[in-house]
Design a binder for this molecule. Structure first.
Ligand code: S3P
Length: 452
């Protein structure tokens, strides 16, 4: 699994209407943060709805290695007894974050201002991804990193013995970098300031406040200014994790593509820093209604009612990219079934995700008979009445590439195969079971049963 094990080829066959209720798992971003902030708190944090995907399980294991007590009580129900800000112990083994960029970058931030040393590694995908974007700002606090060329993992980080607070303007829109700096700022005396030109997901800010930190968000000429007062005493909290909009996007887009589908996806986060995909789908004429809007666990949520729709291609506003950055792969798949072309610009960050997602989607769509154009920071997909399919697609250890093509296979003329569906377990371990319950025909080619 997640690049350490054997590949799992999977295939999606054209399917009849998708119908029923799709209860997608807890939000991955919030799940990582609940474990990390729980570990940095004093007392007990109780979490419900935690995503039990491999990425988050790897973070749970890492928090134990840094000295926190992390216990599973039931499905999605976990507790963390933390060690307090600055209380991380030095791990005696290498920290393996598997496939998870969020895990490794946030954990590096969380330890960077404590006088300990830790070595981090990951799978073949994670070990290719840039870490300099995190180690450079962490060096400003006084932390020292030695990694492979280009700052790649495996990497050893020694936290600052006498950290100083930092003022840092993000050079790219990245919630992971923002969060790494804020988590490092927790154990620095004085105020740590992060400035982001484009707003990215704000779970760290919301949760830091919830755990008792003093954090202010203001607006200045150069963007959103986040000021954190260092060395707070964080206190354990009760965290109810809402369902993940990034996972919801798969059944939602599948239902939009497969004729006569009608599904309900309840309790999905509608945090405005995450809901760009739903606005985009509505602009494409999707029959997508947010029912019963409410607040759960401090996050806005709604039930999504989705019916098959005749979609039309659009130009996705580039300023929306950060609020739907993980949804471009499934949007590109969906765009192949829309009338006209869909233009996605300002998406350069997709090139450094679990795979180069612009390239992976472009090559996969071409193999399925779809016309695409790409530039360094854009992808254009030319929709067609019925996608030919009948291809085998390379997923490059990327869960979202695998799920996007399996969803497209449900609506194509001929089946679509992916070379490796095993990374789906990193973020959406119940994907196969959930899709099968809706009526989707997705199978493993090695004959093993679906997990989850
Ligand atoms: C995440 C931030 C995003 C996103 C990732 C989760 C987070 O990454 O792609 O899946 O939880 O902070 P970047 O910060 O690299 O944009």
């Amino acid at each position: 699994m997640s690049g350490h094990g054997t590949a799992l080829p999977m295939i999606a066959h054209p399917s009849g209407p998708l119908q029923g209720v799709a209860e997608v798992p807890g939000d991955k971003s919030i799940s990582h943060r609940a474990l990390i902030l729980g570990a940095l708190s004093v007392g007990e944090t109780r979490i419900t709805g935690l995503l039990e995907g491999q990425d988050v399980l790897d973070t749970a294991r890492a928090m134990r290695a840094f000295g926190a007590e992390v216990t599973q009580h039931g499905a999605g129900e976990w507790s963390v007894h933390g060690v307090g800000v600055g209380g991380f112990a030095e791990p005696d083994k290498v920290i393996d974050c598997g496939n998870s960029g969020t895990g490794v970058r946030l954990i590096m931030g969380a330890m960077a201002t404590t006088d300990i040393t830790a070595t981090f590694t990951g799978d073949a995908s994670l070990n290719k991804r840039p870490m300099g974007r995190v180690t450079e700002p962490l060096a400003l606090f006084g932390a020292q990193a030695v990694g492979r060329r280009g700052g790649r993992l495996p990497l050893t980080l020694t936290g600052a013995a006498q950290p100083v607070p930092v003022r840092y303007s993000l050079p790219m829109p990245s919630a992971q970098v923002k969060s790494a700096v804020l988590l490092a700022g927790l154990n620095a005396p004085g105020e740590t300031v992060v400035i982001e030109a484009e707003p990215t997901r704000d779970h760290t800010e919301r949760m830091l406040r919830g755990f008792g930190a003093t954090l202010e968000v203001g607006q200045a000429g150069d963007g959103r200014v986040i000021t954190l007062v260092g060395q707070p005493e964080l206190r354990g909290q009760v965290v109810a994790v809402p369902r993940d909009p990034s996972s919801a996007a798969f059944p939602v887009c599948a239902a939009l593509m497969v004729p006569d589908s009608d599904i309900l996806v309840p309790g999905v986060s509608q945090n405005p820093t995450r809901n760009g995909i739903f606005l985009t789908l509505q602009e494409m004429s999707a029959d997508l209604v947010m029912e019963n809007p409410r607040t759960e666990g401090g996050e806005p949520v709604a039930d999504l009612r989705v019916r098959f729709s005749a979609l039309r291609g659009i130009e996705v506003p580039p300023e929306r990219a950060a609020s739907m950055i993980d949804e471009y792969p499934v949007l590109a798949a969906l765009a192949a079934t829309a009338e006209g072309r869909t233009v996605m610009r300002g998406i350069k960050e997709l090139r450094v995700k679990e795979s180069d997602r612009i390239d992976a989607m472009a090559r996969g769509l071409e193999a399925c008979g779809v016309r695409v154009e790409e530039t360094e920071d854009s992808l254009t997909v030319h929709g067609m009445a019925r996608v030919p399919g009948g291809a085998s697609v390379r997923t490059h250890l990327d869960h979202r590439i695998a799920m996007s093509f399996l969803c497209l296979g449900l609506a194509a003329k001929a089946p679509i195969r992916v070379d490796d569906g095993s990374p789906i377990a990193t973020s959406f371990p119940v994907f196969e079971r959930l899709m099968a319950a809706l009526g989707a025909s997705i199978a493993r080619e090695d004959g093993t049963a679906a997990s989850g």
